[in-house]
Design a protein around this ligand. Structure first.
Ligand SMILES: NC(=O)c1ccc[n+]([C@@H]2O[C@H](COP(=O)([O-])OP(=O)(O)OC[C@H]3O[C@@H](n4cnc5c(N)ncnc54)[C@H](OP(=O)(O)O)[C@@H]3O)[C@@H](O)[C@H]2O)c1
Length: 339
């Protein structure tokens, strides 16, 4: 009698697990675009399933996070950096179940995981996605696939901005511009968990939401330009990417840090030119790192970090999801339901 086989794996019992031949269905459903353009260039299509390398984890995707970078790439805003590669599958955040994992990864088929995909072109809005174990972490008990898909990219951006680039210390004062958005809502909570006093900046209609995340103070950007105020913060984190280092210089305390999410050429120069000044500026680029996912999960499990979903949209409505993310979500994160 034949032994039952795990899904999509062969039964070459004599080979070490990492050499077993992975068999995914030849084709899968994915959201793709074959040219830059409006949200209408997106369609759900059958494409070839990915071919993982032996050192990669393959994930059956249940939910995929939707981030502003997805629509910016679709519009061609970064084609100088990431040209071609059509047809493309957008998305860097996934949550789902492990189909295959290298033997030394500590993961096995069926494990519930989240990942910040480490492929430069994404690939998250699809039934299957592959990445290295260094970008994957287990979903904690009680966390849904939708919540898990919302966390990796935006949460890592907030954590790396505050802790690594902003050198956040307990007792610091922090201003977070864009405190109601995907990145900012995580940043407010992480800054509070790390012992900071937080000023959140967003539109007035999001004041109650930003305060509910733990912000000590709130500013409405339509009424107050924080860069013109006669006061200082130890760290200004512009999660919205709407300000710049020079206009924020006067509101930075001595030895303060300015961090922005808006990468451009002059921003890259700021990071270099201010490195040895008393007020440093960094334009950050988020980096997939499983250790950071574990830290975000630790904060979640301790009740210091919650995931707020703006909406969950079916994969077949990816065009509507992109219209929503590029118009600006109301608050929190947008997720695409894949399975
Ligand atoms: N460099 C990186 O690695 C990296 C990583 C992640 C994200 N990003 C970038 O970071 C930005 C934010 O991402 P997200 O996911 O948080 O986007 P999001 O969910 O759309 O949130 C945008 C936030 O910006 C606020 N906002 C809009 N206009 C503003 C203004 N004039 N002044 C201050 N705040 C304003 C919004 O507040 P209201 O809704 O209350 O108006 C909201 O809080 C995007 O540009 C994204 O591309 C970069």
């Amino acid at each position: 009698m034949q032994r039952p086989q795990p899904p999509f794996m062969n039964s070459e019992e004599t080979l070490p697990p990492q050499h077993k031949i992975l068999r995914l269905p030849p084709n899968m459903d994915a959201v793709v675009y074959a040219q830059y353009g409006s949200p209408d260039v997106l369609s759900v299509t059958q494409v070839k399933s990915p071919t993982p390398t032996p050192d990669q984890v393959t994930i059956r995707v249940h939910s995929a996070g939707v981030n502003p970078i997805d629509y910016r790439l679709r519009k061609g805003q970064a084609k100088w950096l990431l040209p071609g590669h059509f047809p493309r599958i957008p998305g860097y955040d996934v949550a789902g179940e492990v189909v295959f994992a290298p033997a030394d990864s500590g993961m096995k088929p069926g494990d519930r995981v989240m990942a910040f995909l480490d492929s430069r072109y994404g690939g998250g809005y699809a039934e299957y996605a592959c990445c290295h174990p260094t970008s994957v972490a287990p979903i904690p008990p009680g966390m849904s696939f939708d919540d898990a898909a919302a966390l990796p990219l935006a949460g890592s951006t907030a954590l790396q901005s505050l802790r690594d680039h902003g050198k956040l210390q307990s007792g610091d004062s922090v201003l977070i511009n864009g405190a109601s958005g995907g990145v900012g809502a995580f940043a407010v909570q992480i800054a509070k968990a790390y012992g900071a006093t937080v000023t959140g900046v967003a539109s007035g209609e999001n004041e109650a939401f930003v305060r509910s995340l733990g912000a000590d103070e709130f500013m409405d950007y339509t009424e107050t330009d924080f860069t013109k105020l006669d006061r200082t913060w130890n760290l200004v984190f512009d999660a919205a990417g709407k300000s710049d280092y020079f206009s924020s210089h006067s509101v930075l305390a001595d030895n303060g840090h300015y961090v922005s999410t808006e990468p451009d050429f002059s921003g890259a120069m700021i990071s270099v030119l201010t490195k040895f000044l008393s007020k440093q500026g960094t334009i950050m680029l988020a980096n997939p790192d499983a250790d950071d996912l574990h830290e975000l999960i630790r904060l979640y499990e301790q009740g210091q970090l919650k995931v707020v979903l703006d909406d969950v949209i079916e994969m077949s409505e990816a065009t509507a999801a992109h219209q929503k993310i590029q118009n600006g979500v109301d608050r929190g994160k947008l997720v695409l339901r894949v399975k």
